[in-house]
Design a protein around this ligand. Structure first.
Ligand SMILES: [Zn+2]
Length: 124
């Protein structure tokens, strides 16, 4: 499996034994290489945080800065809910429901609707 380089800008400056490589007399602390990386880019959360502290503002400016408030409206505030402690055996299905996080309205769901990740009452 191909190794990928940690993208942390200061990865090589953290003096852990696993980063110390090379022949005697020419050893250096080196950027970590891993087959699996955090978010596919970083060896650990420190390197992830270093990257964001260094490049986060540039990245947001590049990909699009939010310039106005976003709104989650009633039409899209439905979430699925399930009561794990539900004990009404006369109506065992009624513990699955959609709940509107704004209006607090509840609507029953069937178990298959609950399990269907594409089923939603949200409009988009
Ligand atoms: Zn790193």
């Amino acid at each position: 499996m191909a190794l990928k380089y940690c993208q942390g800008p200061d990865c090589h400056t953290y003096t852990t034994q696993d980063r110390l490589k090379g022949m005697k007399g020419s050893k250096t602390f080196q950027t970590r290489r891993r087959s699996r990386l955090l978010f596919d880019e970083f060896c650990d959360t420190r390197c992830y945080n270093d990257w964001f502290a260094t490049y986060g503002t540039q990245a947001v400016d590049h990909f699009g800065r939010l310039k106005e408030v976003k709104h989650l409206t009633e039409e899209n505030a439905w979430v699925k809910d399930y009561d794990y402690n539900y004990r009404d055996q006369t109506n065992p299905k009624s513990n699955y429901r959609s709940v509107n996080k704004i209006t607090k309205e509840q609507r029953p769901l069937t178990e298959s609707q609950y399990d269907d990740s594409t089923y939603t009452l949200n409009e988009r």
